[in-house]
Design a protein around this ligand. Structure first.
Ligand code: PLP
Length: 462
């Protein structure tokens, strides 16, 4: 198709010469060029050549209700025609911003009844930090500023969110804000000493949090940031009881608990929010984004408790205000998309579907552990990861230069499946509307691709 080829060439050249992509190896960018995605529908995306791929990464853990939802397009168009934008500072509001906030308060656990909007997950976490600092300041606890998070936790790319992020690779050439942020170790059960029980491992990690608070001084520690399941750090599911026990430590020292649900909220684990329904905790703050609009438009939210709201909303003797905000806080079009997205999720029973088909996905992916290089299959429901190793007993890694994650992803792509490579791992976070047949396709394609990648390792002398 010459017309399609012309468009592809035109886009490809402009992209190569001018579009600076996120998370990209620019050293290989010029020669390899980009795949141009042109269409999407349901669980699949299509490239400029018309080739379809099952999207095994849900855009980027976000297109929860799948592609091609006319209802969202209509809700968005209707809102743009009615009023596309108006600032929400002071005593101005719009219906979608107010209605979505009320809906989030209804869905969020406990007394998390207050919503501050931004444009994504990083900003939701930065907002949480400012909110926490202001909260303690108003209580006269002005030294409570320090933040604790975990190695391999991912919280975003703005300066503060990246400082809280504990993925070491992301910190190369980046000066972490060490005055304020401290990392404790990652609760990854797969990498624990063989003789250690899960319970002992959990207690050790929880103790580490307590020790860090005591080392910094409880009067100086403001908050602990944790994802219910660590996503970009390799889908780490902490040992049972970890969340409850870390929350108890936080309560003991008046440290606020921020649950970063940017990935886990809105159905990925079969619940609107995973903190309480999957892990039994009611944190002080939940941050979310991605699935809030199923990625149709940018939107993030910092949802916080009555206790915090009561403090920040009291008249202050010194006239201090929580002077925080963005032009696009509560953008009505994004909020309209979010409302429609949640309405669709509820009407179609997406969470129930995930409980059912997500469990089947999990179970079928575990079959791949029989393959010689798959050391670990972990995650829950539609948030999964395969970890490849050179030796299953010692868990030694395959040489990084072999790029096993990329090899597997490339083999999958050739077979019509997109999965995410992450060093020696591959991440699966598909749309939440996968059918059982789709799951079978994903698992069988992965099996063939891993076998082919294993062969290619041998050919290349690894
Ligand atoms: N928090 C978590 C757990 C994430 O996975 C991400 C992004 O992947 C973020 C925060 C940052 O969100 P955003 O990229 O929308 O700023």
């Amino acid at each position: 198709n010459p017309a399609a080829n012309f468009v592809k060439q035109e886009v490809w050249e402009k992209d190569r010469d001018h579009f600076v992509h996120p998370w990209t190896d620019f050293s290989t960018f010029k020669e390899s060029g980009s795949m141009v995605f042109q269409q999407a529908d349901g669980v699949s995306v299509q490239d400029a050549d018309g080739k379809r791929y099952l999207d095994g990464i849900g855009g980027l853990w976000c297109v929860n209700i799948g592609y091609g939802r006319d209802e969202i397009a209509e809700a968005v168009a209707e809102q743009i025609r009615a009023i596309p934008y108006f600032s929400t500072f002071g005593h101005h509001t719009t219906a979608p911003a107010a209605r979505l906030a009320a809906k989030l308060a209804e869905l969020a656990p406990g007394d998390l009844n207050h919503v501050f909007y931004g444009c994504g997950g990083s900003v939701a976490n930065d907002t949480a930090v400012r909110l926490i600092h202001f909260y303690f300041n108003q209580l006269g606890k002005t030294s409570k500023k320090q933040i604790i998070s975990r190695i391999d936790g991912y919280h975003g790319s703005t300066y503060m969110a990246m400082s809280i992020t504990g993925v070491q690779f992301d910190h190369i050439g980046f000066d972490v804000e060490r005055q304020l942020v401290h990392h404790i170790s990652c609760p990854n059960p797969y990498r624990r000493p063989e003789e250690q029980s899960l319970e002992a491992f959990c207690d050790e990690k929880v103790q580490e949090l307590e020790d860090k608070i005591l080392e910094l001084g409880p009067d100086n520690v403001a908050a602990f940031f944790a994802e219910p399941i660590m996503g970009a750090g390799g889908v780490i599911v902490p040992p049972p009881g970890y969340h409850q026990k870390t929350l108890a430590v936080c309560r003991k020292y008046d440290v606020l608990y921020v649950s970063d649900e940017v990935v886990t909220a809105f159905g990925r684990l079969g619940h609107m929010f995973a903190s309480e329904d999957e892990f039994g905790i009611v944190p002080d703050i939940i941050t979310c984004a991605k699935g809030l609009t199923s990625g149709y438009l940018p939107l993030g939210a910092t949802i916080f408790s009555d206790r915090i709201y009561d403090v920040i909303s009291k008249p202050q003797a010194d006239g201090a205000l929580f002077t925080h905000g963005f032009t696009y806080s509560g953008h009505p079009v994004s909020c309209a998309a979010g409302l429609k997205n949640i309405e669709i999720m509820e009407r179609e029973g997406i969470c129930d579907h995930v409980q059912d088909v997500g469990a089947y996905f999990e179970q079928r992916l575990h079959e791949l552990k029989a393959l010689p290089i798959i050391g670990d299959v972990r995650g829950r429901k539609f948030m999964m990861c395969l970890e490849s190793v050179a030796d299953k007993t010692t868990k030694e890694l395959i040489a990084p230069e072999a790029k096993i994650g990329n090899r597997i992803a490339d083999e999958c792509q050739q077979r019509g499946l997109i999965v995410r490579p992450l060093a020696h791992m591959n991440i699966l976070s598909p749309t939440l509307i996968l059918s059982r047949q789709d799951v079978d396709f994903v698992v069988e394609t992965l099996r063939e691709s891993i076998e082919a990648a294993t062969e290619s390792l041998k050919v290349d002398g690894y």
